[in-house]
Design a protein around this ligand. Structure first.
Ligand code: KG4
Ligand code: ZN
Length: 339
């Protein structure tokens, strides 16, 4: 059994898992940021300090285990907010020292990818993973366990960030993704034709800052009253533009690298249009799509524990001098002539 801890942003989370089972996955989302319309780093660190011990205790109680049953520790050590990451890492270092068990630092993005392997599930290698969160938008070729190649990524804003910023412009609460998803379900996606950036063939990079600006310009042009009246239609049109690029590029990546399996990862993978559209387009090309359950898409410690388990199995743990890396990148394998 592995204890996982995640504190990279505004969720304090702890989970107890084995390869086949999630015994507990406690997630405490920090409410302190709501009034600010986004995460305030210093407030996030302080909230993690207050919550980390009760959340770990809750995870142990719900899993019905004691600390002495835990055989390894996994903690996010990047990317993320430096102060927030430090709380989780130092707490886990203390546990590792006290219990004399190995600890491993996990890349947060890798954790999102491994959400697909929770509860004994697995995906045949190689597969393409579309990583879509508040901080990242990447198409990753996963060749084998822990072997990644980034085929494309955003050149500016992440898609989740675009959802959150558009929601803020529309006066919707943070995080905006789930709100827009819900309102869009009652709107007309063809109400406004927003731009689809970099939608060229053979191009796997993304750009979302132009879409955000296009929404802002349109809203200014429409005026407050008409905007309020057409809120659902604006949400649906924005969502369609944001999702279409994700779907088209992911399918093209799978086809050009001759990979049959596609997975989604990260908070935006919870989006209902993305899930539906990806499934439909993939079926048309006889590709297989796998999503993690919604509860494992947004930040949680079970996914960190699952990726950590793979490291502990293969490479053992890290030393206690492990540090946090706010801009940590997914480790890429060396490309060789066969790739
Ligand atoms: O992976 P995550 O929990 O945290 C990061 O690592 O960033 O992703 C959070 C992002 C936020 O931008 C949030 O608005 C977005 O995921 N999100 C969604 C949905 N649920 C969460 N975006 C679109 N549709 C959703 N249903
Ligand atoms: Zn995340």
């Amino acid at each position: 059994m592995i204890l996982g801890v995640e504190t990279s942003c505004d969720e304090t989370s702890a989970a107890v898992i084995s390869p086949r089972k999630v015994y507990s996955n406690i997630i405490s989302s920090q409410a302190v940021h709501v009034d600010f319309g986004g995460v305030v780093p210093e407030l996030a660190s302080r909230a993690h300090v207050r919550k980390i011990i009760p959340i770990v205790n809750e995870a142990l109680v719900e899993a019905n285990v004691r600390l002495s049953d835990i055989k390894g520790l996994a903690v996010t050590h990047g990317p993320g907010l430096v102060g927030a990451l430090l709380v989780g890492l130092n707490y886990v270092k203390g546990l590792a020292l006290a219990l004399n068990i190995p600890l491993v630092g996990v890349n947060h993005i890798e954790g999102h990818i491994y959400a697909n392997f929770l509860e004994g599930k697995s995906i045949p290698f190689p597969f393409i993973c579309l990583v879509v969160s508040g901080g990242h938008t990447q198409i990753v070729l996963v060749r084998d366990h822990l072997e990644y190649r980034i085929l494309g990524e955003t050149r500016d804003d992440a898609v989740g960030e675009a959802f959150d910023k558009v929601a803020k412009i529309l006066g919707l609460p943070y995080p905006g993704g789930p709100q827009i998803d819900q309102l869009a379900a009652q709107g007309n996606p063809d109400f406004i034709e927003f731009p689809r950036a970099l939608l060229k063939s053979g191009q796997f990079d993304f750009s979302y800052s132009g879409l955000k600006t296009a929404v802002l310009n349109k809203i200014n042009e429409m005026g407050e009253e008409q905007c309020r009246f057409s809120l659902n239609d604006i949400c649906a049109s924005f969502q369609k533009a944001a999702v279409e690029v994700l779907v088209k590029k992911t399918i093209e990546a799978a086809r050009s690298f001759q990979v049959r399996h596609i997975t989604l990862a990260g908070g935006v993978a919870a989006n209902s249009l993305l899930r539906r559209w990806m499934t439909e387009d993939a079926a048309a090309y006889h590709l297989n799509v796998i999503f993690p359950p919604q509860k494992y898409c947004t930040d949680n410690a079970a996914m960190i524990a699952r990726a950590g388990l793979e490291y502990l199995r293969r490479n053992g743990g890290n030393n206690l001098d492990l540090n946090v890396f706010p801009s940590l990148r997914l480790p890429e394998y060396q490309k060789d002539t066969n790739d």
